[in-house]
Ligand binder design. Structure first.
Ligand code: IDP
Ligand code: MG
Length: 134
């Protein structure tokens, strides 16, 4: 088991819906460590960089508008195999496939407005931690 750090970002709907506490509770219950956290407001440049794999998708304008619609809450979360562990706790991107018990399965009713971001590999985790906490 390798200790890792991942970048977790609670998106604007999480803050609007007052769900930060419930999601942080799940991360704490799992035994992961939140080593840094801060609320921030994103701009178009950082959104385009963070979602560079999606800028040519038809849903990108909606995603951009969503990510600009209010503050986000970014965190560095640490633990053994935490990158995949958090992805499992989040549930898949498609909310119809996110099982009850996962964050998206329990709280999301849209594939765009899906509450939470988590890095998907060691490489993106390093990049994203640098981007938002560097
Ligand atoms: P992930 O957040 O599960 O890693 P990505 O494919 O990296 O999924 O997509 C980033 C974000 O873009 C998603 O969390 C979601 O908000 C939005 N998104 C992704 N795919 C779609 C889609 O097919 N329709 C609408 N929004 C999408
Ligand atoms: Mg992703």
């Amino acid at each position: 088991m390798a200790k890792q750090q991942t970048y977790i970002m609670l998106k604007p709907d999480t803050i609007r819906r007052r769900l930060i506490g419930q999601i942080i509770t799940r991360i704490e219950q799992k035994g992961y460590q939140i080593v840094q956290a801060r609320q921030m407001t994103l701009n178009k440049e950082i959104i385009a960089e963070h979602y560079s794999h999606l800028t040519d998708k038809p849903f990108f304008p909606k995603l951009e508008e969503y990510m600009l619609s209010g503050p986000v809450f970014g965190m560095i979360v640490e633990g053994d195999e935490v990158i995949q562990g958090m992805r499992t706790m989040m549930g898949p991107t498609d909310f119809t496939k996110a099982l009850p018990g996962t964050i998206r399965g329990d709280f999301a009713n849209s594939t765009t407005y899906n509450l939470i971001h988590g890095s998907d590999s060691e490489e993106t985790a390093r990049e994203e931690i640098g981007r938002f906490f560097g």
